[in-house]
Design a protein around this ligand. Structure first.
Ligand SMILES: Nc1ncnc2c1ncn2[C@@H]1O[C@H](COP(=O)(O)OP(=O)(O)OP(=O)(O)O)[C@@H](O)[C@H]1O
Length: 245
């Protein structure tokens, strides 16, 4: 059974539709990436999936009792507020210190427990947000451009961690990214959105689709070659994938 099924979804603001007639499915354990230009409705689609935006048409069905973890695009914390990572992670539901440690380890940031939130680098901050999303052992992890502001090696390392989390926990991932060339190797399926679904399929199929190239140009040719090179072999998802981090 799919974790989430979106059927003929239309959502918008003040009577103006920004996403029209979208079908989408996320199955257990798969990584699905949504790409699309600015303003194409990616965040609105994700907000509808988490129930924060009501459909004007169509419907969204979730597996009963589905545990979801959400990593937002950005989160503002008052820099003058003294709050440690542990306190931040324990805030919502009074989690134990061990649970915080485990989540930080899964997020690839095992040493940050006592760090001040205001002293974290951009990459560390995103790892902490990932840890927070992992606290309730989600079956579905939702990421909204979770690497915004990170440099390319930082983004690539983050997405390698996401792949490792999937391998370790078996969770499915639905994520938004501008950087198809960075997330390609971490994605099973890609959906290209521009108000509606322009094209979808494996990363290689989408990167070479005329609809995708019309939106993003042909500059992904090199990335596609890289992807093909990297994927000229079988994956062992059970193996640690972060040796290069
Ligand atoms: N709260 C809101 N009220 C009114 N319009 C909104 C609201 N949020 C988004 N929109 C509009 O909906 C459209 C889609 O926005 P959305 O944020 O979903 O796109 P996006 O693909 O995630 O963009 P980006 O890549 O820039 O983050 C945009 O035209 C935006 O201005």
């Amino acid at each position: 059974m799919s974790l989430v099924t979106v059927e003929n979804l239309t959502v918008g603001y003040g009577g103006k539709a920004v996403v029209r007639h979208v079908d989408l499915r996320v199955d257990p354990g798969e990584i699905v990436t949504i790409v699309g230009p600015n303003g194409s409705g990616k965040t609105s689609l994700l907000r509808a999936v988490i129930g924060a935006l009501k459909p004007t048409e169509g419907r969204i069905r979730s597996k009963p009792g589905l545990r979801v973890g959400y990593v937002p695009q950005r989160l503002h914390i008052d820099p003058t507020l003294p709050i440690t990572v542990e306190r931040f992670l324990r805030l919502p539901g009074g989690a134990t210190r061990d649970a915080c440690r485990n989540a930080l380890e899964q997020a690839g940031a095992p040493d940050l427990l006592q760090s001040q939130m205001s002293g974290l680098s951009g990459g560390q901050f995103q790892r902490v947000l990932l840890a927070r999303a992992l606290m309730n052992q989600p079956e579905l992890l939702l990421l909204d451009e979770a690497t915004q502001g990170l440099d390319q090696p930082g983004s690539a390392a983050f997405y390698r961690r996401i792949e490792a989390v999937r391998a370790e926990t078996g969770c499915a991932v639905l994520m938004i990214s501008h950087e198809l060339h960075v997330v390609m190797s971490a994605s099973d399926r890609v959906i290209c959105l521009n108000g509606h679904v322009c094209c979808e399929g494996t990363p290689a199929v989408v990167a070479s689709a005329p609809e995708y190239r019309a939106l993003f140009g042909t500059g992904t040719g090199g990335a596609l070659a890289l992807y093909r090179h990297d994927h000229d072999h079988d994956h062992d998802h059970g193996r640690a994938t972060e040796a290069a981090e």
